[in-house]
Design a protein around this ligand. Sequence first.
Ligand SMILES: C[S@@+](CC[C@H](N)C(=O)[O-])C[C@H]1O[C@@H](n2cnc3c(N)ncnc32)[C@H](O)[C@@H]1O
Length: 207
Amino acid sequence: MDATAWDNKYAAADLVYGSPPNQALVEYATALPRGRALDLAAGEGRNALWLATRGWEVTAVDFSAVGLQKGRRIAEKSPKSVRDRLTWVHADVTKLSTEPGYDLVLVLYLHLPAEQRRRVIRSAIDALKPDGILMILGHHSLNIADGVGGPQDPEILYTPEDLASDVDGLGVVIRAEKRLRDTDHGTAIDALLLASRSPLGSGNERG
Ligand SMILES: C[S@@+](CC[C@H](N)C(=O)[O-])C[C@H]1O[C@@H](n2cnc3c(N)ncnc32)[C@H](O)[C@@H]1O
């Protein structure tokens, strides 16, 4: 889907992905000391806002102006200190050049053809501080046959092993696993990867 298609999707409903943050992010990041986070493909900003509410400085990037606008609008209900910790960036994440400065980089439910995905993963790793953590989470390739929801094009889904192979030579894999997620329509299957740029970050794992 291109940016216009995402704009249309976000324009059609109030909050397409709801306001609660992703549960895997909550499980993992609750134990991390707050710092600077980069949320790539942030959508309507549910995860960025949750992190900012917890004291993180967050840069939320997405190529959907409508998604970002919704994120900004929801954040307006938060205290000024939270709003001030959020920076919204309208950009294509496959074309970003990033500087190392982030303690946490998120790539949640971004589904792209493999070559573009690898480009995003490379900039995500480049954005990490030496002890920073990259979290990638999305619909597992098995989700089409055995799970519910999510994109139905196998070319843009991935396994934890695909993600681990994407970071090979660029960073250190901390965790690569299949995760089950309960939804109103049944159980969805996700792929999770936690990685760092150097072995320094692997000490950050919690849980
Ligand atoms: C399924 S949504 C996930 C949003 C958010 N990460 C979440 O978990 O709520 C996928 C997002 O990826 C964004 N996206 C897709 N391709 C992109 C690209 N090349 N550059 C920036 N954003 C992109 C879309 O606009 C959309 O907001």
